[in-house]
Design a protein around this ligand. Sequence first.
Ligand code: AMP
Length: 398
Amino acid sequence: MKHFEGFGLSPVLAKSLARMNYTTPTPIQAQAIPLALEGHDIMGSAQTGTGKTAAFAVPLVEKLLTDPRGSALVLTPTRELGKQIMDIMQQLLGPKSPIKTAFIIGGESMGKQLAQLRARPRLIVGTPGRINDHLQRGSMVLHDTHFLVLDETDRMLDMGFAVQLERIFKYLPEKRQTLMFSATLPKNILKLSEKYMNAPRRVSIGETNVVAKNIKQDVVRIEQDKKYGELMSQLHERDGSVIVFVKTKYGADRMAKNLRRDGFVSEALHGDLRQNRRDKVMQNFRKKNFRVLIATDLAARGLDVPHIEHVINYDLPQVAEDFIHRMGRTARAGAQGSAISFVSSQDGRKWHAIERLLNPGADSGRVDGPKGKPGNSKKSRKSGKRRFRKRPQERLAA
Ligand code: AMP
């Protein structure tokens, strides 16, 4: 499909897409949209930044526009991602749309949400915790929700959210269309997802579990106490917006403070901040009011800030899949990006897990050694399964 026109979408939606300058569908959109319009369940995967949001948002909005009955629910793991998705949905619905929406996330006033829910919204976007609150107090009903989307599916179905999701599924009708999307899909999650879908079509663009190819990767072998100095040099060397991932909320606050002391305008983003503070930080980062965002894995998934040029893994993520998602905060929509990971001698286990995810055929036994080149062992050369698109450049910190 070369143009969106070929999908035969409603005039309102076609107009919105033109307004958004979406003329040509990305590969995941080209494959997923026609299947979704035919009513199939979909398990979709494609690399970060390649247009998964519109792959589910376009058929969802088309359904709302063409079928006066039924409503849709989109579940996301973080409030920030929810906001971003709601924003795309509003753009697709167009100005002054008669279709009412509700945005249901934690950390925001109940009053506004109750008013939105009383107005009988046909589209709800939200995070599982607050949605369950409303379901349990009876202020939200889902019996006519015939269209369900789980974005960042593997995160939504993993242990952290499993209980919440089980509860939500109990309120949903059995007969519905379910779309699931992610850039990473561990096998166990793929299996688990079948429980919630009906004969899903698998739409997979490129390889799953790989870092997008337009990201230049570097690895620096470094000890913990040298990391801050190295970060400063990296920030001095680089222009443009940077996101630095750290392990803890406290660490994020402390680092933002230290960087400000050292002359870099920076802000922290993590789950202990009040929601209006989180909103402000994201708003200012999007507007380029500051250059360096220090974040926990709260910001690892889905966030689309096109001007992020660099990702720095100051600490490695706890979960290997999040490495791929963190990297995906740069190089959005075909742009170039760069990423650097600090790997200390204490990171052996975590780095090994990342290696195994990115290079499933490789013997990563050497990665702990100072000269270990990830995935460059004999075995991986022989198996030919070297899935790091381009070997990360590795060096020892000075
Ligand atoms: P996503 O992976 O959905 O976050 O999308 C990544 C970026 O690509 C976002 O900035 C979108 O606005 C942009 N995008 C998605 N689909 C298209 C399209 N068909 N044409 C132009 N830009 C797009």
